[in-house]
Design a protein around this ligand. Structure first.
Ligand code: ADP
Length: 274
C-alpha cells in the first residue's frame, strides 16, 4: 500500500535472465560489487541496463530490489515512513532500507529523475561507510553483507540542473552502455520477439539508419526495446512496415516533418512482403 511499493519491485530469479555481453561490463560490475563499491550505469534508455543488473544479481545470488525513480520520489519513498494501521502508527521500510537490511542489490533506475535532496541519502551508503541514516527512527543502519547500490541514468537527457551531483558521482564506479553491435542486436531482437533472424536484421538495419540521423525533432533514437516491440508486432501478424511505423517511428517523435521523414525511411529500408 505504501507509495514506495508501487515503485519498487523485488526479483529473486531462478534462471539467469537472458543477457548478451558486449564488453567487459560483467567483470567490472562483479569486481566493483565484491569490493563494496557502488555502481553507476550510464546509457540511453532501452539499451539493456536493467536486464544487465538482473543477470548480475542472478550470478551473484542476491535478491534485486528495483526502484523506478521519478521527480516526485521523496526520501521517505526510498527509506520508509510511518503509516496509520488500525489506529496505530507503524513504521514501514522503503525499498532502499529493505535492501540495506536484507543485503540485496538495490537498483535505482533513472536516478537523476529523483530530487537531489533524495539522492543525498545515498552518500553514506555509496562510500566506505555503507550506512543508511534513518532520521525519523533516530538510527543508522549498517548495510548487511551482500548489499550493493546500483544506479542508472541516461546522459542524453540531462539538464544541467538534473545532472548527477559530482559528490554522488565520485563515490561510484561507472559502466558505460551503448546499443549492442548490430549482429548482437539482431540475435537479441530475434530471440526476444520470437521472429526469424532475417526479419530481425531488417528492423535492426532500419534502427541503424535512425541512429545515424542528426535531427533535432527526435527525442530519442530507436532503442533495442522499441525494436523488440516492433518484432513482437510482426510475430503477432503485422507486416514489418506496419510494425516499424507503430512501434518505432510513431513513438519517437510528434513532429510532423520528422514523422514524414521516418515513414519515408521505412519505405526505403523495409520491403513489403510479396
Ligand atoms: P534499460 O534498462 O537500459 O532502459 P532494458 O534492460 O529494459 O533497458 O532493455 C530493454 C530490452 O532490450 C530488454 O528487456 C531486453 O529484452 C533487451 N536487451 C537489451 N540489451 C540486451 C542484451 N545485451 N542482452 C539481452 N537483451 C537485451
Amino acid at each position: 500500500m505504501a507509495i514506495a511499493d508501487a515503485q519498487s519491485r523485488t526479483t529473486n530469479s531462478t534462471g539467469r535472465p537472458y543477457y548478451v555481453t558486449s564488453s567487459n561490463e560483467e567483470r567490472v560490475f562483479k569486481a566493483a560489487y565484491h569490493q563494496g563499491l557502488s555502481i553507476i550505469l550510464k546509457g540511453p534508455t532501452g539499451c539493456g541496463k536493467t536486464r544487465f543488473v538482473e543477470a548480475m544479481a542472478h550470478d551473484l545470488q542476491r535478491p534485486l530490489i528495483t526502484v523506478a525513480c521519478h521527480d516526485d520520489l521523496t526520501t521517505a519513498d526510498l527509506v520508509g515512513r510511518f503509516l496509520l494501521r488500525g489506529g496505530e502508527t507503524e513504521w514501514v521500510d522503503g525499498p532502499l532500507t529493505r535492501a540495506v537490511r536484507e543485503g540485496a542489490i538495490c537498483y535505482l533506475d533513472e536516478v537523476v529523475e529523483a530530487r537531489q535532496d533524495t539522492t543525498v541519502v545515498l552518500h553514506p551508503l555509496a562510500d566506505h561507510r555503507r550506512q543508511l541514516p534513518i532520521d525519523r527512527l533516530g538510527i543508522t543502519l549498517n548495510a548487511a553483507p551482500g548489499f550493493g547500490l546500483v544506479v542508472s541514468y541516461n546522459p542524453g537527457y540531462q539538464s544541467v540542473l538534473k545532472d548527477l551531483k559530482d559528490s554522488t558521482r565520485q563515490r561510484m564506479v561507472a559502466i558505460e552502455f551503448e546499443f549492442p553491435a548490430p549482429e548482437i542486436e539482431v540475435q537479441i531482437v530475434a530471440r526476444e520477439a520470437s521472429i526469424p533472424t532475417d526479419t530481425a536484421a531488417v528492423i535492426v538495419q532500419f534502427a541503424q539508419g535512425i541512429r545515424r540521423l542528426e535531427t533535432p525533432g527526435l527525442r530519442e533514437v530507436a532503442s533495442t526495446r522499441v525494436l523488440i516491440a516492433a518484432g513482437r508486432l510482426i510475430a503477432a501478424g503485422l507486416t514489418p512496415r506496419e510494425a516499424a511505423r507503430a512501434a518505432i517511428a510513431a513513438p519517437l517523435s510528434d513532429d510532423p516533418t520528422v514523422q514524414k521523414g521516418l515513414m519515408k525511411m521505412i519505405d526505403v529500408y523495409i520491403a513489403e512482403p510479396s
